[in-house]
Write a protein that binds this ligand. Structure first.
Ligand code: NAP
Length: 415
């Protein structure tokens, strides 16, 4: 075990393990958490009460999480003069499964974004975002309940790799000259230049995770979302690698939409249908034919846009959870930011981090705990006593604080 200077390792907990592609969870797992900045402490205080109540309800004291606070962001900078101590990365790696609140991105300074750093350093290559509707919430579309999808967004490559140069910089000019002289490609003088790397390895491991998820949950289809009509060798290759992987590794349990359209034989009647859509068309598809989609696998930038748009469609970011997952290591997180103007007001919606916790319990294979949390949220929303963001979209509702909403979720779980 690594030694920790700032964090305290709970004496009453054990490590989560990882064998043959699955986590193994002891009855008292040590779970590191990062409270988060701004409204982070408000939502974490509420969320951890919900998590402990759900575990207690299901396991009646036989199992219990040993929470371990680790430090990052403003709290860490104020206390230890370090935005992201090495020991925090060590803990997230050593204890495998963790959860975090939102973190401020320091402006200027050495670190671009703490979140991007965490994903890259820990190689959390899949950003998983389930998007579904909760009955009773106001939504901008007529039939929000038809949308029920899980987006697998590649998390380490694409234009998010951070390989870019400022317009007019010596590096950009050098690259422009190289492209012209060596490869015969002209870029306008004085341009900023960014690089979009997408590899077979990076694409296939993401799509593999998405296919496994779809098969495990009996999903009807998996859609590869790409912009391959324009970016043929990056986004187009993502699509081709997806079909190739499905055919070569999962041929017995998948078939393609185009084969089916031609009247071809599927290996099984319940085969997972692999299809693909161009990214721009996918935005209108999710609005017009949401019921046709279940699991989506897509490169980094498409996934970023698509997941926020889908979350808005069912009622907003306050209800949108996420998980950043690699091989045997995962960090679950609220998908919104620190909402600093509401810090310490006990006001904002804690559901994003609570739903991320439900994802985490699913990942730990404490499925009943995840279900209890979902039931609690569904019941609490039906009572119409909700935080301000939901209240303003729900006629006849009463606005309550973050902590009171958490009380409602706990009561709903016990109902
Ligand atoms: P933000 O913190 O997500 O907040 C923007 C607005 O979204 C809020 O003012 C609020 O809107 C609404 N909102 C967000 N979370 C909510 C919740 N739980 N309940 C109800 N409403 C919620 O975005 P930002 O102001 O652009 O970013 C602030 C900081 O967060 C920045 O430093 C940014 O870098 C960081 N950030 C961190 C993460 C992360 O850690 N994963 C992600 C994104 C941004 P209304 O005022 O209209 O109600």
């Amino acid at each position: 075990m690594a030694s920790y200077k700032y964090a305290r390792v709970p004496a009453n907990g054990e490590h989560v393990g990882y064998e043959n592609g699955r986590v193994t969870t002891p009855s008292n797992p040590i779970i590191p958490f990062i409270e988060g900045d701004g409204t982070g402490p408000d939502i974490w205080r509420a969320a951890v009460r919900v998590f402990d109540a759900a575990v207690e309800k299901i396991y009646a004291g036989e199992r219990k999480v040993a929470w371990m606070e680790v430090f990052a962001g403003e709290k860490s900078f104020k206390q230890f003069n370090d935005w992201l101590p090495q020991e925090t990365l060590d803990a997230l790696r050593e204890f495998r499964v963790s959860i975090k609140g939102p973190l401020t991105t320091p402006v200027g300074g050495g670190i671009r974004s703490l979140n991007v750093t965490l994903r890259q350093v820990l190689d959390l290559y899949a950003c998983i975002r389930p998007v579904r509707y909760f009955e009773g919430i106001g939504a901008p579309v007529r039939e929000p309940r038809k949308l029920d999808i899980v987006i697998f967004r590649e998390n380490t490559e694409d234009v998010y790799a951070g390989i870019e140069w400022k317009a007019g910089s010596a590096e950009a000019e050098k690259l422009r000259e190289f492209l012209s002289a060596e490869l015969g490609k002209e870029v306008r003088e004085g341009s900023a230049i960014g690089i979009k790397p997408m590899s077979e390895f990076g694409s296939k491991r993401l799509i593999d995770m998405a296919i496994l998820h779809a098969l495990k949950h009996g999903s009807s289809s998996l859609t590869l979302v790409h912009k391959g009509n324009i970016m043929k060798f990056t986004e187009g290759a993502f699509r081709d690698w997806g079909y190739e992987l499905a055919r070569e590794k999962y041929g017995d349990s998948t078939c393609t939409e185009s084969d089916m359209a031609k009247g071809g034989d599927c290996a099984r009647a319940d085969a997972l249908v692999i299809k693909d859509r161009i990214a721009d068309s996918m935005f209108q598809q999710l609005l017009l034919r949401p019921e046709d989609y279940t699991v989506i696998a897509t490169p980094n930038l498409n996934g970023d846009y698509l997941s926020d748009a889908a979350a808005a469609q069912v009622g907003g970011l306050g209800m949108a959870p996420g998980g950043n997952v690699g091989d045997g290591i995962a960090v679950f997180e609220a998908t919104h930011g620190t909402a600093p103007k509401y810090a310490d007001l006990d006001k904002i919606n804690p559901c994003s981090v609570i739903l991320s916790g439900a994802m985490m319990f699913d990942y730990l294979e404490w499925d009943d705990v995840a279900r209890a949390i979902m039931n609690g949220i569904e019941t609490a929303i039906k009572t119409k006593r909700v935080t301000y963001d939901l209240a303003r979209q729900m006629p006849g509702s009463t606005e309550v604080s973050t902590s009171a909403f958490a009380d409602g979720i706990i009561a709903g779980m016990r109902a």
